[in-house]
Design a protein around this ligand. Structure first.
Ligand SMILES: NC(=O)c1ccc[n+]([C@@H]2O[C@H](COP(=O)([O-])OP(=O)(O)OC[C@H]3O[C@@H](n4cnc5c(N)ncnc54)[C@H](O)[C@@H]3O)[C@@H](O)[C@H]2O)c1
Length: 222
């Protein structure tokens, strides 16, 4: 999808490469300044899409992106209108004097075409999409031995299919604008270690890793 990235970002080498480059110009009158939080870890002017952003991990991620300098964060979740926590976070962002737009969009991650469309609308509006966190999730608790098939299917539809559809939606916009981007996957330690009798919160998580790994492998430059 992307060509192989250059070895250095557009603003020059980073980390040890930068130090080594600087050592070749020891006589320079201008001392170097740290770029870690102005470039490498800065989300200045970046646009983010977060699913499950009405609360929980998604809302935490949204606030973090706002504080890190993002221009806009779009939170997608099931309710028609955002909840009280979301609105308080938006007020908090404004009270800090941050210019980040925290937007709320109603959407269902289980609907592939609708997710693609929502991401496309964000792209149309912002002219870029840089970060995606598919944090929408559901977990039904119950013993694996008699966990109902319908409930298990519901979990898989949100936590597995919904993650893939969200990653696809974001990757399509990242490819459209050619700036690259980051898709940050959320999984649970329950997918790797035994965490109790809960196929809804642990069982499906082990199934989550392959599609997430597949998406990472395909959507990122080799
Ligand atoms: N909280 C934890 O400690 C933890 C740890 C590891 C992994 N996780 C996983 O991370 C994900 C998020 O966890 P959380 O604690 O923020 O959960 P949460 O229940 O607080 O938030 C999940 C959000 O996803 C939304 N959502 C559910 N179905 C949706 C759908 N079809 N479309 C759009 N939005 C939908 C919900 O409305 C909710 O706002 C879950 O998959 C969870 O299993 C959580």
């Amino acid at each position: 999808m992307h060509s192989k990235p250059a070895t250095s970002p557009s603003y020059g080498p980073v980390g040890v490469s930068r130090a080594l480059a600087a050592s070749e110009h020891e006589s320079s009158a201008i001392p170097p300044k740290s770029t870690l939080f102005t470039h490498e870890f800065s989300l200045d002017d970046r646009v983010a899409l977060v699913t499950g952003g009405n609360r929980g991990i998604g809302l935490e991620a949204a606030l973090t992106f706002a504080e890190a300098g993002a221009r806009a964060v779009y939170c997608i979740d099931l309710p028609e209108h955002p909840g009280e926590e979301f609105l308080k976070v938006r007020t908090f962002i404004r009270s800090m004097g941050l210019s980040c737009k925290l937007e709320y969009l109603q959407g269902d991650v289980r609907d592939q075409k609708a997710m693609w469309k929502l991401a496309e609308q964000i792209g149309d509006c912002e002219g870029r999409l840089d970060v995606c966190v598919p944090a929408a999730g559901t977990a039904d608790i119950g013993a694996a031995v008699d966990f109902p098939g319908k409930e298990f299917q519901d979990v898989m539809d949100v936590n597995v299919n919904g993650v893939l559809f969200t990653a696809q939606a974001a990757a399509r916009q990242m490819a459209r604008f050619g700036n690259g981007g980051s898709i940050v996957m959320i999984a649970s330690i329950c997918g790797r270690v035994h965490g109790g009798h809960s196929p809804g919160s642990g069982g499906e998580k082990s199934s989550c890793y392959p599609p997430r790994s597949l998406a990472v492998a395909e959507f990122t430059p080799i």
